[in-house]
Design a protein around this ligand. Structure first.
Ligand SMILES: Cc1ncc(COP(=O)(O)O)c(C=O)c1O
Length: 405
């Protein structure tokens, strides 16, 4: 076998997982960049800011102070206390540190939840457009994602009627993401209340991903479902982390605030897989949560300004439209009017993958096709980049679309 390909089989469970549809575009964009082509990347899912200095300093100090060894699998107590305190301050909801598990990023938190909650035959409600990992993780454990499509008209929000119609005795969990990746849409207090009223009648787990919860703009007031329906606490799991709020994607710290029985099982799973998340990164996360919040306010102000630019710019391009997102740093662009048009080379752009391929070739703009998020006919444009890049990208996209017939 040495050096050759093995014919040994791999696990059957992998058969349900497709390679990410975004990989083709990002591979091509990277190849073009390597050739010296000036590609503008609008596909990134992380803030373009540096981690604030006081957070980096806390990690350095932690290393000097000996935070170089294993910690408790679920994370150090001071971090879990800081998470509870910050959540209480933001959401008004009390959690005990024993209800918190810190993991290697919120993606890992969600993966752990999939391990602990889903069995073959279970249904998990996932509103689309969805973050790509939700359905993938559900399928990996033999459960079935029940994808509920939402539209631009409903602000890409699940309606209570849709939710009610999809809940069955097989429904194990509902996954909500607010503000959402990829649409930036967030649920208002009234909308959350209406969903909570439906969920009250049905016994299932409620997973709420609030990783973008502190990145909301304008007058929008971010609320958590637990603020409007605290009676759902015994089956609601809040997923959060430092990646987006504090520009800390590389530090890999995320967590859940969960009913104790879930947290206990996740701790067991983590103890048998990764053990603890990186020790010094946990101290950095404490500094993020307990330290000055001005860097977050500055980042929020920059994103708010860019949101204005991108929404206005997209809606000024013929054939494209987008809603004003409440939060996160993505514009979700509807491009159905452009589909079916012909490029100067004669290729018909009959889907969003081809459209994004064309915009990469011609406009040198890397965008993520909506089909990757279960929303064909759209693309996602991240505004985690400079205003100058946004202006230049919009100009290039407008010119490339004007050349279609
Ligand atoms: C909706 C959503 N949830 C969770 C994550 C995971 O974040 P991390 O693993 O960096 O904490 C991301 C990152 O892109 C995301 O967009």
């Amino acid at each position: 076998m040495a050096g050759g390909m093995s014919s040994l089989s791999l696990a059957k469970r992998l058969e349900v997982i497709q390679p990410s549809a975004t990989v083709a575009i990002s591979t091509k964009a990277n190849e073009m960049k390597a050739q010296g082509i000036d590609v503008l990347s609008f596909s990134v899912g992380e803030p373009d800011f540096d981690t604030p200095k006081h957070i980096c300093d806390a990690a350095k100090k932690a290393i000097d102070d000996g935070a170089t060894r294993y910690t408790a699998a679920r994370g150090i107590t001071p971090l879990r206390e800081a998470i509870c305190a910050r959540s209480k301050a933001r959401r008004g909801i009390e959690h005990d540190p024993s209800e918190v598990v810190v993991s290697v990023g919120a993606k890992h938190t969600l993966f752990n939840l999939a391990v602990v909650l889903y069995d073959p035959g279970d249904e998990v409600i996932v509103p689309a457009p969805y973050w790509v990992s939700y359905p993938a993780q559900v399928k990996l454990f033999g459960a079935e994602p029940v994808v509920l499509e939402t539209t631009a008209e409903s602000g890409y929000r699940l309606t209570p009627e849709q939710l009610k119609g999809a809940l069955t005795e097989k429904t194990k969990a509902v996954i909500l993401c607010s503000p959402s990746n990829p649409t930036g849409s967030a649920y208002s207090e009234a909308q959350l209340r209406a969903l909570a009223d439906v969920l009250k009648e049905h016994d299932c787990w409620i997973i709420v991903d609030e990783i973008y919860g502190e990145l909301v703009y304008g007058d929008f007031e971010q609320k958590s479902i637990l603020e409007v329906a605290p009676e759902l606490k015994e089956r609601t799991i809040l997923v959060d982390g430092v990646s987006k709020t504090y520009a800390m994607t590389g530090w890999r710290i995320g967590w859940m605030l969960a009913p104790k029985q879930v947290a206990t099982k996740v701790n067991t799973i983590q103890g048998q897989s990764t053990t603890n998340p990186c020790a010094n990164a946990q101290y950095a996360a404490i500094a993020a949560l307990e330290g000055p919040q001005e860097p977050v306010a500055e980042m929020r102000a920059a994103f708010a300004k860019r949101r204005g630019l991108i929404v206005e710019g997209i809606n000024a391009i013929e054939g494209l439209s987008c809603n004003e997102p409440e939060g996160a740093f993505y514009a979700f662009v509807k491009a159905t009017e452009v589909l079916g048009k012909r490029t100067p080379k004669g290729e018909v752009l009959d889907d969003d993958l081809k459209l994004c391929g064309y915009l990469l070739e011609e406009a040198k703009c890397a965008l993520v096709p909506g089909s990757a998020f279960g929303a064909p006919g759209h693309f996602r444009m991240s505004y985690a980049c400079s205003e100058a890049q946004i202006q230049e990208g919009l100009k290039r996209i407008r010119e490339a679309l004007a050349a279609l017939s």
